[in-house]
Design a protein around this ligand. Structure first.
Ligand SMILES: [Zn+2]
Length: 464
């Protein structure tokens, strides 16, 4: 790592995020060098500190812990915390209930808002936590050889993260000194991809950092139109990566892609190591729980719950990320004992619910569609909207009008019917383009199934 960047430039230019950066990086490295047992001991100690702080200073948690008859000192790493899961709806409570009274509003920073399908929510972080999170993010970046000061081209799908017209001083700092080149875009078209390509060839970045689907689209574009420069690192994030896209990206760039996992609420918390086989959740920054939700074609799936150990301003305890994951059965060759997920299957709600209680995750559908899509001449993209347990509405966009259209649509419906075991009712709708969400993500699957409908259906099956 460049001493200039870690000791001077970052702390000076962005004190809110980087004050004490070098010291924090050393702290994390010291944590990583400990034995697994010592790491767990330290994690449990930090968990107790957070829970006690939440109990003492956050009215919401005091009430919650008291209702559950739970005291922070009873928390153990080897069993679920005996308090309810924190949901996105809980975050819509008036701020004051969830913020710690130990901080004045001036000590907190709004960490942005999130809300792709419903009312946006807002959440806050204390400054120390933000700085710790920056150090953690760079720790994860380092696993794939990306260090502060390395040139990086960032391909995003969202406008929101980037100032539309950043002031020249920021551009000088960001692009010249930090060597970060943002390339935001809402809709990914050939015109946009050509602009990415021009920037990529002109700047010759060491690292490409991108949304999974944007990186896949870019790789596919480069394969068609050619490329001269090769990066040393590829980091993909924010969206689920299916096997086809991964193979495509790695074939085009000739190096492995590294997945990172995070969310707006908790920041970046997991990354693949050099084995590229699973995501390791860094125990210095969070405690994860895997809550079983049922079987999928990829094996048993778990809902990912996160307790953020780095946010004392607005503690997030047992926060339901909305994502589901599968777990590895073996230990990783890198030797890290950190908790790991084999695959991120995506949003729990981004799957098709089965009448029998299981779910077909979005990633399974994505893999299926990618396999079939190779031969398609008419259909370019699809989106499944599950209207009820027995009704799927298929939205599709065309690459061109072609006689094979109806045949392709039929084969899509048949493939899903086969996964569902039972045929469902299909309705079809042609759209000019499948829109990206406000977050910049494209959702393959949207569930409009009422949770109570699913529950009563399951109950009726049990009653038989
Ligand atoms: Zn590993």
């Amino acid at each position: 790592m460049s001493v200039f960047h870690s000791h001077f430039l970052l702390p000076f230019a962005e004190p809110d995020r980087y004050q004490g950066f070098a010291r924090r990086m050393r702290t994390i490295r010291r944590f990583e060098r400990q034995t697994a047992a010592a790491q767990r001991q330290e994690q449990e100690k930090r968990l107790h500190t957070l829970l006690q702080h939440a109990y003492d200073t956050v009215p919401f948690y005091r009430e919650r812990f008291d209702d559950a008859g739970f005291h922070p000192s009873q928390a153990r790493l080897d069993r679920p915390l005996p308090i309810p899961v924190l949901t996105r709806d809980d975050l819509r409570e008036p701020d004051a209930k969830l913020l710690s009274t130990a901080f004045s509003v001036n000590d907190l920073r709004r960490a942005g808002s999130s809300g792709t399908t419903s009312t946006p929510i807002q959440f806050y972080r204390d400054l120390e936590g933000m700085r710790d999170k920056s150090a953690l993010q760079w720790t994860l970046n380092r696993w794939s050889g990306y260090r502060p000061g390395d040139s990086v081209l960032m391909l995003w799908g969202a406008h929101r993260d980037m100032a539309i017209d950043p002031p020249w001083k920021w551009r000088l700092y960001d692009e010249t000194l930090m060597r970060r080149i943002p390339a935001p875009s809402g809709m990914i078209t050939d015109e946009i991809l050509e602009r990415f390509r021009e920037r990529y060839e002109a700047k010759r970045p060491k690292v490409l950092y991108a949304y999974s689907t944007v990186l896949a689209a870019f790789a596919s574009y480069l394969r068609k139109h050619g490329m001269r420069h090769r990066p040393e690192g590829l980091i993909a994030t924010a969206e689920v990566m299916n096997d086809q896209n991964r193979a495509l990206i790695e074939a085009v760039f000739g190096i492995p892609v590294t997945m990172h996992y995070g969310s707006r609420e908790v920041g970046m918390i997991a990354a693949e190591c050099s084995a590229h086989d699973r995501l390791h959740f860094h125990p210095w920054s969070s405690l994860v729980e895997f809550d079983p939700i049922g079987d999928t074609p990829d094996g048993p799936a778990y809902r990912l719950l996160v307790t953020d150990l780095l946010n004392f301003g607005q503690p997030l305890i047992r926060y339901d990320t909305g994502d589901c994951v599968t777990l590895p059965e073996t230990s990783c060759e890198c030797g890290r004992s950190f908790p790991a997920a084999q695959k991120i299957l995506g949003r729990v709600c981004e799957g098709i619910l089965l009448p029998g209680g299981g779910i077909i995750p979005g990633i399974t559908l994505g893999t299926q569609m990618a396999q079939m899509g190779h031969t398609f001449r008419a259909i370019a993209r699809v989106q499944f909207v599950q209207k009820s347990l027995g009704h799927i509405h298929l939205r599709y966009a065309l690459q061109q009008e072609d006689a094979s259209k109806s045949h392709e649509l039929t084969s899509i419906c048949k493939a899903i019917d086969a996964l569902m075991n039972d045929p469902v009712r299909w309705t079809l709708e042609q759209v000019p383009e499948i829109p990206r969400e406000r977050s910049g993500k494209i959702r393959l699957c949207v569930s409009e199934v009422d949770a109570s409908e699913a529950a009563s259906f399951a109950a009726s099956l049990l009653a038989k």
